[in-house]
Design a protein around this ligand. Sequence first.
Ligand SMILES: [Zn+2]
Length: 416
Amino acid sequence: MILIKNALNLDGFRTSILIEENRILKVQSDIKVDLPPDTIIIDASDKLAVSGFFNAHTHAAMTLFRGYQDDLSLQDWLDKIFKLEAKYVDKHMVYWCSKLACLEMVSCGTTGFMDMYFFEDEVAQSALDVGLRVVIGEGLLSFETPFCASFKEGLKKTLQLKEKYKNNPKVKVSFAPHSLYTLEKNDLEELASTIDSNDYIQIHLSENMNEVNTILSKYGQNGAFVLDEIGLLNKNTYLAHCTHLTEAEIDLISKKNAHVIHNPQSNLKLSSGIANVCKMIQKGVSVLLGTDGCASNNNLDILEELRTAALLQKLFNPSYMNAKLAVRIAQDFGGFFDVGLSEGKLADVVLFDLNAIEALPMYNPASYLSYAANSKSVDTVIIDGKIIYKNKEFTNVDVGEVKFNVAQIAKKIGSL
Ligand SMILES: [Zn+2]
């Protein structure tokens, strides 16, 4: 058992949290029960305790390409990145570079993430080895990838992953068609006829105006309508970016109960635009938050992303995306995992150091998380009832080994 004593919570009250195995057993102002002698007791009187954050859209292994190609638009950037991937992406690279990403995410308070890339079995393994929850998705494209010779092969491998992880509570498997512009219609139709109603789908949609115009001229309608017509828009669909949705698309996504993943920093860096997520939320759309991959961000800091999301929406409305709403979006696990700071929920808890300079004075914890905190303020991260990170150190990962392996892989790119 773990007892977190006397922490400040998001509402500004003192609370204690008792964790048994991987679930939260009690949340009370003071917990007085007989505890087993091996209970870990954390005095959290100088800590803020919050539920873990979910990074809903990333490509973890792209840490390898951090800073390799900056200051380009999406299409120019993708041209360069696809060439790099064809040359350098393999199983070994995906494992170690995803593991580096997992370390970065945990150190920022992220306890779960959704990934789309290649060799996703390795992504799952790296997440499990560090301790994170993960939703994996083998990138499906209508051309050869570093992992698959064809779309059909990618589909087959996704089905194999689904079978492999069907009993693993920390890994979910999604179908991950990359986008409408990298997939042919017949492949999308084959995907729609392969999946069942419980399967998850993640896809990039309406990332920039170039994509919007390409889809309009190819299909004669906007992307959300194309997905709906093919049978790929439902409550288990997760749409990354959605920077340029029309009003009609927002209404359709809301009606279908699909989810939008907001990636504000990547959208800015690739000059894609600013998604009006306030409008989407007002229309009842479920909005989650993601960093996107390291090659277009260039970090995986969910706290930075949260802050950017909250600040950018001020362009549309100064008050709607308030601090509490921004935090809620960053903590939304999108229905994948039942995480939260209440009794019976899965125990993902992040403790922030209230002695940090940027934490003083403390009037409003949600304001602090949205506008002042940074990843250096994260002190302890508990995932699934296990302490993964304590006093800003990993408890069970050889960080030096991860850094060494990534550096060895990066040396090959350095020789380009
Ligand atoms: Zn992406």
